[in-house]
Each structure stands twice: as C-alpha cells, then as structure tokens.
Ligand binder design. Structure first.
Ligand code: GLY
Ligand code: MN
Ligand code: MN
Length: 435
C-alpha cells in the first residue's frame, strides 16, 4: 500500500498540538500468538496507522526535532521468502514520506539521543509492554548523562488524548473509505437476507456475509458477527451462530466489515419466512420509528445524547401502547427505568478505525462536562432495539422477539448522511425475501 496524501498532514497537526520541543512515540501493535506457533491475523494499531498508513508489524513512529522518523523491520531476503516482502527503512521512507527511517533494532541506540533535552514526552503507556520497558531504559540512559547537563523529559502526556480528538473528525479520505465499507456491509446484509431459509444453521448465514465482505476486498469483519435467530436475538452479544433457524423466527444480524482499516457496523432484523407476523411487525415498526427520531437529532450543534433521548422516548411510548410496561405514560416508564427491561443499551457510538471508535462523548472543557455537541465529520452508529424475554406480565405474543436496527451516519452541515443502505422498511425486506 502506498502513502496517501494526508498522513504527513496528520503528523504535522499532531506535532503542532504538542508542546514545543517535545517528542512523540507511537508504536504499532505487537503480533499475537493464537495457539502453538500460529499467529492471529496481524492487525496494525489504529493510532499508528492513522499517522503512517504503514501496516507492517514491529514498527514505531517517532516525532522529534521537527522530523517524522520511522523505525521498521529491515529487509531480510531469507525471512521475506517465508513471510512476504518488507519495505525496509529506505523503501518505507520513500513510499510513505518519512523524514528518516531506521531498522527497528536501532531504537535502543538512537532513542536516548532523540529524547535528550526533550521538553516533554507524548506516549500512551500501559498499552505495549515491550515498548514500555524499552522506554524506561531509554529514559534511564538519558538520565545517566545528567552530569553533562543533559535532561530527560519528566512530563509524559498521553499522546492518544490528542489523537482521539483528531480521529473523531473524519477527513475526506476517511469519509470515502467509510462510505465504501458501509456499502460493502450493506450488500452483505442483503445477500444474507436473500439466502436465509428456515432450517438453515446460523453459521450458514454468517458464511454469506463473510463471502460478500471478502469478495469486495474487505480484509476482515470489524468485529465478531452476530447471527441470532429466534430467542438468541435477545442475547446482546450472542455469537455462537450455530442454532437452526426455525419457521416464524426473526433473524438479527449485527455484522460489518473492516475495509482498509475502517469499520462499518450494521444490524438488520428480518423474518426467516419472508413475512413478519403481526406482533413482530408492531415491534419492528416501533424500533424503526425510534431510529428515525434519533437520526433527526444527528445534526451539528446538537448534543450527542439527544439521539438516545429521542429514541428512548419513542420506544418507551411504544412499550406503554403495546402494554409491555404497566405505566400510563412514557415519562413514567422512563422515570422508573421500566424501559431497561426491554432496552438496556445506548443508541450509538462513534465509528471509525475502531468499531467503538475513540473520542470523548462529553465536552471535557465545559462546566459539568455536558454531552458533546455533534460536528460535521463525526461518524456514528444509530442503533435502537427492543428485546423481549419471557416474563410475567409481559404479553406472550412478544416473547423471544429481539430486534435491533443499526446504521452508520456521517454528521454533515445539514441532515445526517446515512452511509449504510441495506433494506430496512418492512415492505422492502418482505419484497426482497419473496424473490
Ligand atoms: N457491533 C457492535 C455494536 O453494535 O456496538
Ligand atoms: Mn454498534
Ligand atoms: Mn453493531
């Protein structure tokens, strides 16, 4: 993968946000063993990748003395026969636009010099044990030189605090990638719906999703897919995906691909038979109305929490109307938290390189830390749901129905831009399933 314009700009913005004369150290993720000598598929660190576009393991980005310096694996003809090509420092400097690049084995020799007399250090400690230990040694080496007047940086800021704010607002390149990821996932949901038949195993439906992700170039799912039929839809993080789909079941699929480092996160719920029953449809339309109410609040200047409040109001009114709760009004039900029996999660989250992306949900500068105002370039999910487990006092016709509808939206200057477009109207789903 070659450098995209933008990575150097992000490094420059980070450097400008740092204290003058400070040093930043951002390592990528370590490789991880799965079992025996087999490794998990390698996934870069999101912060590192955001600043570099470089996806090889064993790499560290250092911003120091006005330069962007990459430490990476050296070329190694023997290892490259087994594991594939490496850029090596010279190749990486050229392709990714770093000012300098060295072999990762040179860190111990070079870092004390780069840290000497730095005004402060920007580093996320506690995230990468090996680099934490190396850093302690580098700082010690600088302190050893105190008698010659050299000082070590004694203030450490969490570099992720600055990067979280940057990553929260997606630039044009990121928005384009996220739109593509959301569309690939939308097509996967459509394929899964179309393929569903009573009697199939949930994993057979999962296979349809994975097939569509991969054939469109997505590297992997962004998180473990949930394919939950019948009562399993009431288990929020169900992912065994092995039950046999029964006639009359709803199927809830929460699945999204990761494409070129960016996540999508979509949920659809549909009838295995191709037709919603009346109670299923009543609950489905309620969740859909809650989602529309939430999306209407996804506008710049409005608080993040407004979307959840709007969705909850609609859902609670529906719970009153359908006699899921004994309360006389939505206000009463919410005041007594009665809705939590059926709606126990939030209505969304930031989305980006990570499925639950970084960035504060509160305005940390303002008095009382209120919910943060939405701004153009933010991407988030809108995902209300309703989950009815069998319980006394709950009308039996709704038992074991679990529904969630989740889309990915970009906050713009006006109404939000819905990036995902898998079918979700009752008529559209039924039409698709009949074909
Ligand atoms: N798929 C994870 C979530 O919806 O938050
Ligand atoms: Mn989500
Ligand atoms: Mn989801």
């Amino acid at each position: 993968m070659t450098a995209m314009p933008g990575y150097a700009g992000r490094r420059a913005r980070l450097a400008a946000a740092m204290q003058p004369g400070a040093v930043a150290i951002v390592p990528t993720a370590p490789e991880a063993l799965r079992n025996g000598d087999s490794e998990y598929p390698y996934r870069h660190d999101s912060y590192f990748y955001y600043l570099t576009g470089f996806d090889e393991p064993e790499a560290v980005l250092v911003l120091a003395q006005g330069k962007a310096i990459l430490f990476c694996r050296p070329r190694d003809p023997e290892r490259e026969i087994w594991d594939g090509l490496r850029h090596g420092p010279d190749g990486a400097r050229e392709a990714f636009g770093f000012d300098e690049a060295y072999a990762v084995g040179e860190l111990d020799a070079r870092m004390p010099g780069l840290l000497a007399d730095a005004s402060a250090l920007y580093y996320a400690s506690g995230k990468h044990a090996q680099v934490d230990a190396q850093l302690a040694r580098w700082l010690d080496a600088v302190r050893q030189r105190a008698r010659s007047g050299v000082t070590a940086p004694e203030t450490v800021h969490n570099v992720r605090v600055l990067l979280d704010e940057m990553r929260l607002i997606k630039d044009d390149a990121e928005q384009a990638l996220m739109r593509r990821a959301a569309l690939v996932s939308s097509r996967a949901h459509e394929r899964a719906m179309r393929a569903t038949r009573t009697g199939m195993r949930e994993y057979e439906i999962e296979a349809e999703l994975l097939y569509e992700f991969r054939r469109n170039g997505a590297q992997s799912p962004a998180y473990t897919p949930i394919v939950a039929s019948g009562p399993n839809a009431c288990i929020l993080h169900y992912n065994q995906n092995r039950r046999q789909v029964a006639d009359g079941d709803l199927v809830l699929i929460d699945a999204g691909c990761e494409l070129d480092g960016y996540a999508s996160d979509i949920t659809r719920t549909y009838p295995a038979s191709g037709r919603f029953s009346a109670p299923q449809q009543a609950l489905y339309e309620l969740v859909l109305a809650a989602q529309a109410a939430a999306m209407a609040e996804a506008r710049p200047g409005l608080p993040y929490s407004g979307m959840h409040d709007a969705a909850l109001r609609v859902l609670a009114q529906g719970m009153v109307d359908l006699k899921l709760v004994p309360h006389a009004s939505a206000d009463d039900a919410i005041a007594e938290r009665a809705h939590q029996q059926f709606y126990m999660h939030g209505t969304g989250h930031w989305l980006g390189m990570d499925v639950h992306d970084c960035g504060s949900y509160r305005d940390l500068q303002a008095e009382g830390r209120p919910s943060r105002a939405l701004a153009p370039g933010m991407v988030l999910t809108v995902e209300p749901g309703i989950y009815v487990r069998p319980a006394q006092g709950v009308p039996e016709q709704y038992w074991n129905i679990g529904i969630r509808i989740e889309d990915d939206v970009l906050v713009t200057a006006g109404a939000c831009d819905v990036l995902s477009d898998a079918p979700k109207l009752v008529a559209d789903i039924e039409h698709l399933m009949q074909r």
